[in-house]
Design a protein around this ligand. Structure first.
Ligand code: NI
Length: 265
């Protein structure tokens, strides 16, 4: 069974030299569908273009908190237009990043962008793909507030790095926890606890490539071909077979990204 890749950035310039050979090879190797996630306006447009080029690739459109300079009065309208495309299946990645951006005014803008893109996702009935770094509490508070306003709001906390308790609060609200290469790192104690304590029905597989390559490729360019290493680690933590991890996370991904036509290849 193919692995559902829920978070990749094949638009990244690190793939400029070999994208057109690498992507078909990864797909043929058993990774499909692939959600290519926009982070800037350029990345969003490139994600949509990739989704139009490859049947197996879908796009998420959105502005990452650290690209706040891309976000202006016309942005929501542009994203709304792009989301009419059948291959656009989510709003993301959106959220808060207080690690790279410590200016109070920038953080205020990030919260505003996050709230507005959540409202757009609710309006379009699309899931959100959430980035959160050094901003666990504010991220949770804004999602909680969003969920109270829009009961259908749903999504994934990508590259999850919070506590077990908070993960359970997200799951209670219908959110999924995205698990990538970090789970294979030696110092990933909390994430290992999260994976152990959560039901497999709450987890999604992702790479965040070209970043976050799993062990033994840590520090190298990542790509979706390394997803089996992540599935293997989750299987080991949960004491289940790799197949069980692949089948269940695939079903979870189709549940969340329900604009992607279901298939059981
Ligand atoms: Ni990402």
């Amino acid at each position: 069974m193919n692995i559902f890749e829920t978070h990749a950035h094949f638009d990244d310039e690190q793939f400029d030299n070999d994208r057109s050979t690498l992507l078909p090879r990864i797909i043929a190797g058993g990774v499909s569908p692939i959600i290519n996630v926009g982070a800037s306006m350029r990345g969003t447009l490139d994600s949509v273009a990739l989704s139009e080029k490859y049947d197996e690739v879908y796009a998420a459109v959105g502005i990452h908190p650290s690209n706040y300079e891309d976000y202006n009065e016309g942005t929501i309208e542009k994203l709304r237009e792009l989301a009419k495309n059948n291959k656009v299946v989510a709003i993301g990645e959106i959220g808060l990043d207080y690690y790279w951006d410590k200016e109070p005014l920038v953080q205020e803008k990030q919260r505003e962008m996050f709230r507005e893109q959540i409202a757009l996702a609710a309006e379009l009935n699309l899931p959100i793909i959430v980035h959160s770094r050094d901003a666990a509490k504010d991220t949770f508070d804004i999602i909680k507030e969003g969920k109270e306003k829009y009961s259908s709001l749903r999504g994934v906390i990508h590259c999850y790095s919070g506590s077990v308790e908070m993960a359970l609060e997200y799951v209670k609200r219908g959110f999924f926890i995205g698990v990538g290469g970090v789970v294979t790192f030696k110092n990933a104690k909390t994430l290992v606890e999260v994976v152990k304590d959560l039901s497999i029905g709450a987890l999604l597989l992702e790479t965040d490539c070209p970043y976050m390559a799993p062990t033994p490729h840590r520090g190298e360019r990542n790509d979706s071909g390394y997803l089996p290493l992540i599935a293997e680690k989750i299987a080991e933590i949960k004491g289940v077979s790799i197949d069980e991890v692949i089948v269940n996370t695939r079903r979870n991904a189709f549940d969340l990204f329900n604009k992607v036509p279901y298939n059981n290849d």
